[in-house]
Design a protein around this ligand. Structure first.
Ligand SMILES: Cc1ncc(COP(=O)(O)O)c(C=O)c1O
Length: 445
């Protein structure tokens, strides 16, 4: 059997897919098999083009089949296809770390590579624990996440995450000492807000409640997505992140921004930290850093954190953590091309220019009777549908399937449609995307 041509002989279920209703997918109606991708479009097995409304899974902002990326991958395979990052190094990873540090907020000059968002989050949590321990505050072990947060699927990320369906099956194995802030979504005060809600900054005071409950001397870090992505684009209220920063600083708690979605331009700035004017102690990144082509993730830390680790005998390993593929040469090569293209094509500025176009297009659906809320920030948006009488998620699934028929690959979770189109999308494509969604909702009813 050749590896590409003999799908017909593959038994149903051999390939057990992640975050998927496997039996429904296997029923394959409408067709769910993708065969090619170019620019902002996928092509399915029937030759139908599908607009990529979420940039893959928030990870391909430059679009697919970018010629410079293809060229860089080929060249790198021929030059240095793998290099160990334990006790050895190579130029691509060194210089990519420098470039990432240069685009990070001031004072965040140190980059540790991982291979996914989940690994980046677990790395960040370990950095926070290690930092306090080296400082003689090993009793700071608690991690504070946030309801509705998504931080990947490692045991650490799952524990600080706040999405019920990702947690309940694994309840006995949550990391000890984790608590959660309230999420900031209050539709009665903020439904149909364009950009940041002006109501809700006080949700940050919830951290004081947890400090009063656990004592700051037991809390290592707070981890939040500046914009909650996977749960359906929940935008931080004006002033909320600033207040969270102040409370963390006051109590010596590290603030981690999980920028796996918001990093590398999606907010119209290198990181959401700059967009919102709040500097955390640790930033996690992944996805767009390599345009999703070769997996890569990582964390950026402050000079203070790095300096704290760089103590003890010079021949000692300072942080017993890392991955076989940390700083992989192929990923690092692609990372350079991504930054080259983002710079040469002015893509952060382009995102900033497209933001009002996406905002207007999304909010033009406010009159659709099935729509409960519309949210947006940067090049992200969400349309939340009212659940159908048959139950939560039924309308969402019908919309997803009808959209496939109408040439759009949507990201639907429950009854929320999330949008994170490629930065290379045109204004017309963004408008058409939302007009098609209107038609799809009208067709589904
Ligand atoms: C904020 C955030 N953190 C972590 C992750 C996990 O990333 P990965 O799926 O690469 O492990 C995601 C994935 O969507 C994410 O959105």
């Amino acid at each position: 059997m050749s590896n590409f041509d003999s799908v017909a002989t593959v038994k149903k279920g051999t390939y057990w897919q992640p975050f998927t209703a496997n039996r429904l997918l296997q029923a394959n109606s409408p067709p769910r098999t993708l065969v090619a991708a170019k620019g902002a479009y996928y092509e399915n097995v029937e030759g139908q083009k599908l607009f990529d409304t979420l940039s893959g899974l928030w990870c391909t902002p430059l679009g697919h089949a970018h010629p410079l990326i293809a060229e860089a991958v080929k060249k790198q395979v021929d030059t240095l296809d793998f290099a160990p990052s334990f006790q050895m190094t190579h130029n691509n990873a060194l210089s990519l770390a420098q470039r990432i540090a240069d685009m990070a907020p001031e004072g965040m000059n140190h980059v540790f590579f991982a291979n996914s968002g989940s690994e980046s989050v677990d790395t960040a949590l370990k950095v926070a624990l290690g930092y306090h321990r080296i400082k003689g505050a090993g009793n700071r072990f608690r991690m504070i996440g946030r309801e509705r947060g998504y931080h990947g699927v490692g045991f650490g990320g799952m524990s600080v995450g706040g999405i019920l369906s990702n947690r309940k099956m694994f309840a006995p194995c949550m990391m000890p000492g984790v608590d959660h802030l309230r999420h900031t979504y209050a539709p009665e005060h903020m439904a149909f807000t364009r950009g940041q809600p002006t109501w809700g900054a006080d949700y940050a005071e919830d951290l004081e409640r947890l400090v009063a409950l656990h004592d700051a001397s037991t809390i290592a870090a707070v981890i939040v997505e500046p914009v909650q992505g996977s749960t359906g684009v929940i935008v931080p209220p004006l002033g909320y992140l600033q207040r969270l920063r102040e409370i963390c600083t006051k109590h010596g708690i590290l603030l981690i921004f999980d920028e796996v979605i918001s990093g590398f331009g999606r907010m119209g700035a290198p990181f959401a930290a700059q967009r919102f004017g709040v500097t955390p102690d640790i930033i996690t990144f992944a996805k767009a850093v390599t345009n999703g082509i070769v997996p890569m993730g990582g964390v950026i830390v402050t000079d203070e954190i790095y300096k704290t680790f760089m103590t003890g005998p010079q021949n000692a390993i300072e942080f017993c953590h890392g991955y076989t593929y940390s700083g992989h040469p192929l990923a690092a090569a692609v990372g350079h091309v991504v930054l080259d293209v983002m710079e040469s094509e002015g893509l952060f500025e382009r995102v900033a220019a497209l933001e009002p176009v996406l905002e207007d297009a999304a909010h033009s659906l406010a009159d659709v009777p099935q729509v409960a809320d519309i949210r947006n920030i940067g090049l992200t948006a969400a349309i939340e549908l009212k659940p159908a009488q048959e139950g939560v998620g039924v309308r969402g699934l019908a919309v997803f399937e009808e959209a496939l028929k109408q040439g759009q690959l949507l990201r639907v979770t429950g009854d929320i449609i999330s949008f994170g189109p490629p930065f290379i999308a045109t204004e017309n494509e963004l408008k058409n995307m939302m007009q098609t969604v209107r038609k799809v909702i009208e067709t589904v009813g």
